[in-house]
Design a protein around this ligand. Structure first.
Ligand code: CP3
Length: 359
């Protein structure tokens, strides 16, 4: 690729295939990890998770460290993702967030008016989320693969704070956005600050890469995304650029937004299963790496469908070094871990990276 990130502090994983793939540099084999690789699809997770909410589990660094390590041990994936949640910063500053099992984030008093801005004070990670930093530090001491830290992008976090619970149509969110642009940008600006503080603290504690999840950005038209979401995601990603840590940016249903998502400053664009990887590369060019994009439903369909889907993704990537294999969205809770093991095996044995330096 023409541009190479990595101007920050040297990292002990700079030569690791996952980090090199994020930078589009030549390496031996296609790296693979899965969004939601930790969690309910794993019997060992269900065994140690306990009965509290996920926010309670996240506040226990020993438990969160173990949960993060479980899929790395089982699957032999090339990266770990911190066990946490995108609503942790808002919860930690007292916005009144819970995460209900089987439902997702719920807000006691959803964001409605300018008065609610006062409920979104800045995050001081050392004071507000010391448990996250402790988990990152423990993991960095134990892992022999890079740790991915993450945050929710302002739009996706706003959609939870405004809707009050997971939504299909985002009507309250879009109403606020379209009716009160000034308040909208004030809210998004505070959420961008939360993401910057959280990501910076994870990087300072040793995370080797970060992913900004804008999972629900696909609810917006391209024009809406550009006007109402992109400037705030751009603020988040540029605030951490100087660290040199690769920045992955992901959303679902973003086929119409890919160029804009690249434009906010991602080093790696995560694509869902709706966009073929070769077409995404034609559209985005060679200066970003791509992450994805096996349909999570192919894992549910069984080992044959998952393996042929995996081979298809590898074939469409055609040995390009800027590819991180993943699903097109998170692992579904009813997935069979043995099928995911087989996907990892196929990526590792068949996912050759072309030797030609594309730069
Ligand atoms: O393995 C990993 O990916 C790391 C952990 C992780 C979780 N949430 C743990 C979790 C990550 C990266 C997230 C991010 C997250 N949280 C996103 C962005 C990623 C995506 O899926 O698009 C979003 C939208 C959320 C909000 C959220 N939290 C939802 C929609 C849910 C599911 C609700 C449910 O129970 O079905 C959660 C809860 C949650 N976050 C669980 C896990 C493992 C399951 C609940 C539990 O085990 O108690």
């Amino acid at each position: 690729m023409a541009s190479v990130v990595g101007v920050g502090t040297p990292d002990r994983f700079d030569d690791h295939c996952f980090i090199r793939a994020c930078r589009g540099l030549p390496h031996e084999r296609v790296p693979v990890w899965f969004m939601r690789q930790a969690g309910r699809s794993l019997p060992e997770y269900r065994a140690i998770r306990g009965t509290g909410t996920i926010l309670d589990a996240i506040k226990n660094p020993d438990l969160s460290t173990e949960i993060t390590l479980q899929p790395v041990r089982r699957y032999g994936v090339d990266a770990a993702i911190l066990y946490s949640d995108i609503v942790v910063p808002a919860h930690a500053i007292g916005f009144g967030v819970t995460v209900t099992p089987g439902v997702g984030p719920e807000i006691e008093e959803p964001f409605r008016s300018a008065a609610d801005l006062d409920r979104l004070r800045p995050l001081d990670p050392v004071v507000d989320t010391p448990y996250v930093l402790e988990t990152v530090r423990q993991l960095v001491g134990e892992l022999d693969v890079p740790l991915i830290g993450f945050a929710g992008a302002p739009f996706t976090v706003a959609s939870y704070l405004i809707e009050g619970r997971p939504s299909r149509d985002y009507l309250n969110t879009k109403s606020l956005m379209l009716n009160d642009e000034h308040l909208w940008h004030s809210l998004m600006d505070r959420l961008a600050d939360l993401a910057v503080a959280s990501l910076t603290s994870q990087i300072d504690s040793g995370a080797s890469a970060v992913q900004l999840f804008d999972s629900w950005a696909g609810a917006l038209s391209a024009a809406q995304y550009q006007r109402y979401a992109a400037p705030h995601s751009q603020k988040v990603l540029s605030a951490i650029e100087s660290t040199g840590v690769p920045r992955i940016h992901f959303g679902v249903n973003t086929g119409e937004l890919l160029e804009l998502i690249k434009g906010v400053g991602a080093d790696v664009v995560g694509i869902d299963w709706r966009v073929q990887i070769d077409r995404a590369r034609l559209r985005l060019g060679d200066t970003v790496a791509l992450q994805g994009n096996l349909d999570p439903a192919a894992v549910i369909a069984g080992v044959d469908a998952a393996v042929s889907g995996t081979r298809e993704v590898l074939a469409l990537n055609a040995g390009h070094p800027g590819h991180i294999f993943n699903l097109g969205h998170g692992v579904l809770p009813s997935s069979d871990p043995d099928v995911l093991s087989e996907v990892v095996r196929v990526v590792h044995t068949e996912g050759a990276v072309g030797s030609a330096d594309p730069t």
